[in-house]
Design a protein around this ligand. Structure first.
Ligand SMILES: *Cc1c(COP(=O)(O)O)cnc(C)c1O
Length: 463
């Protein structure tokens, strides 16, 4: 028995409103409008309960890297459920999928990464990282090194620890976050924060905030710096080229661990296996989730470099773990996903074909009267909507109102594109082909034209 049934859309919407509390959704607004019901999917295309077909420009939530409908993953899950649906990895136990996936990960990770600590989600993995870096420093006799420096507007998850690492003020406001010893510096968002500086100058100066913060707190207090190689949920902020080299220099100079949150950037999104490779950085820990299983089953982890793993393996027991750390069904699905990524050369496809093609087509959007900057790396991209490019101005009124309009126009034009404030972002499945990128761009342009017309009608933009 599966969950497909023939209930009419309105009935599903009413039941959903009555019983289902949604993440990151204003409940009242949703109940009024009715939720969108997605029924099935294949490749890049979603089908809703009314039979409408929509191109998924977001790969779900940045995760369905190999696209929808790969039966090999379903079969891997089915086989594993029959053989061993569950066993734990606590107390000196393991199972075949956990072992084999760990070996696969060591194969694809950069040199010096040979160990993984499993989790069920990116949030859990980042919670692990908070405890792991503090445990590491305590184990080498520096228990005061407990502060983790992160960035404003970063997204690292939704649990108490990971949301504290994140830099989203609306999240911090609910529930008294951040937890102790987590502080935030600026994000390398030149468009919004760069003022009169050149992007290169701004990138370097923003990185130097890390050094200032370390000096302010004292090096003996700082455990780690965490960042996404390219900020995703914060609006696909591709940093100026000067940013990461300076950050790496500072982490090295001050003995601060570097945690790269690869939850979005990992597994091909930027045209390499890891965003750290694209940005040329050498992290000590990498958070992985989303694309690890292409979202077909929940699984995540922390890839831990040898020098940390060595300390942790000889230190006092790490009192930490999740029931589903390395879940056998999820691990089997992830292995199959990695096999497909490797054998079908999907990472190379992003690096050599789809990424460069998207870059050239996406850059053209900067010519549109509503668009300020248009940025992309691999298959993640953003545009900023603005009423005045020259001044890099924001729209009058509530931030994000124009973004939401553009998102709605996009949905009407059969493309899922996400709004982050007044930035529009995409992150399609990695299997996208050039002719499908053309269709995507066509729908973006159509949506921008319609949004521009609405803005003009309402006097939000001159001319
Ligand atoms: C989605 C995301 C997370 C959180 O992952 P969940 O599986 O939703 O807990 C963490 N970091 C980044 C960069 C993400 O995009």
């Amino acid at each position: 028995m599966n969950q497909t049934n023939q209930l009419p859309t309105e009935e599903l919407q009413a039941l959903d409103a009555a019983h289902h509390m949604h993440p990151f959704t204003a409940g009242a607004e949703l109940a009024k409008k009715g939720v969108r019901v997605i029924k099935s999917a294949s490749g890049l295309t979603l089908t809703d309960s009314e039979g409408e077909q929509i191109m998924d420009g977001m790969a779900g939530l940045w995760c369905v890297n190999i696209g929808y409908g790969r039966t090999e993953l379903a079969e891997a899950a089915y086989r594993q459920m029959q053989e061993l649906p569950y066993y734990n990895t606590f107390f000196q136990s393991t199972h075949v999928p956990a072992v084999m996936l760990a070996r696969d990960l060591a194969d694809i990770a950069p040199a010096g990464f040979n160990q993984v600590f499993y989790a069920g989600s990116g949030s859990e993995a980042n919670d692990t990282n908070i405890r792991l870096v503090r445990h590491y420093w305590a184990s080498v006799g520096q228990p005061d090194k407990s502060v983790i420096i992160s960035r404003k507007n970063a997204y690292h998850g939704s649990s108490v620890g990971s949301a504290s690492l994140g830099g989203m003020t609306p999240m911090h406001k609910q529930g008294g976050l951040p937890i102790k010893d987590i502080v935030h510096i600026d994000q390398p968002d030149w468009w919004s924060l760069g003022g009169d500086q050149s992007p290169a100058e701004f990138g370097r100066l923003t990185a130097l905030q890390l050094e200032q913060k370390i000096e302010e707190l004292g090096e003996h207090r700082v455990a780690a710096f965490i960042a996404e190689p390219v900020q995703g949920a914060g609006g696909v902020i591709v940093p100026p080229e000067t940013y990461w080299p300076e950050i790496q220099r500072i982490c090295d100079a001050h003995e601060i661990l570097l945690i790269a949150d690869e939850v979005i950037c990992g597994f091909g999104r930027t045209g390499n296996w890891f965003g750290s490779e694209t940005m040329g950085i050498k992290p000590d820990i990498m958070t992985i989730a989303k694309g690890l299983s292409s979202g077909y089953a929940p699984i995540a982890g922390s890839l831990v470099s040898d020098h940390i793993a060595e300390v942790v393996s000889t230190a006092e027991e790490f009192n930490h773990g999740y029931t589903y750390s390395g879940h056998p069904v999820s691990a089997a699905v992830a292995r199959e996903n990695l096999r497909i990524l490797r054998e079908e050369k999907i990472v190379e496809h992003v690096r050599e074909k789809a990424g460069p093609y998207l870059h050239s087509r996406w850059s053209e959007l900067a010519e549109h009267p509503l668009v300020g900057e248009a940025k992309s790396t691999g298959l993640m991209a953003s545009i900023v909507l603005t009423p005045d490019k020259a001044r890099r101005a924001a729209f009058p009124g509530k931030e994000g109102a124009v973004g939401v309009r553009c998102r709605e126009r996009s949905y009407a034009n059969k493309l899922i594109m996400r709004a982050v404030g007044d930035r529009m972002v995409i992150s399609p499945p990695l299997i996208i082909q050039p002719e499908e990128i053309d269709i995507l761009i066509e729908r973006v342009v159509q949506s921008l034209d319609e949004t521009l017309a609405e803005c003009r009608k309402e006097g939000l933009i001159n001319g």
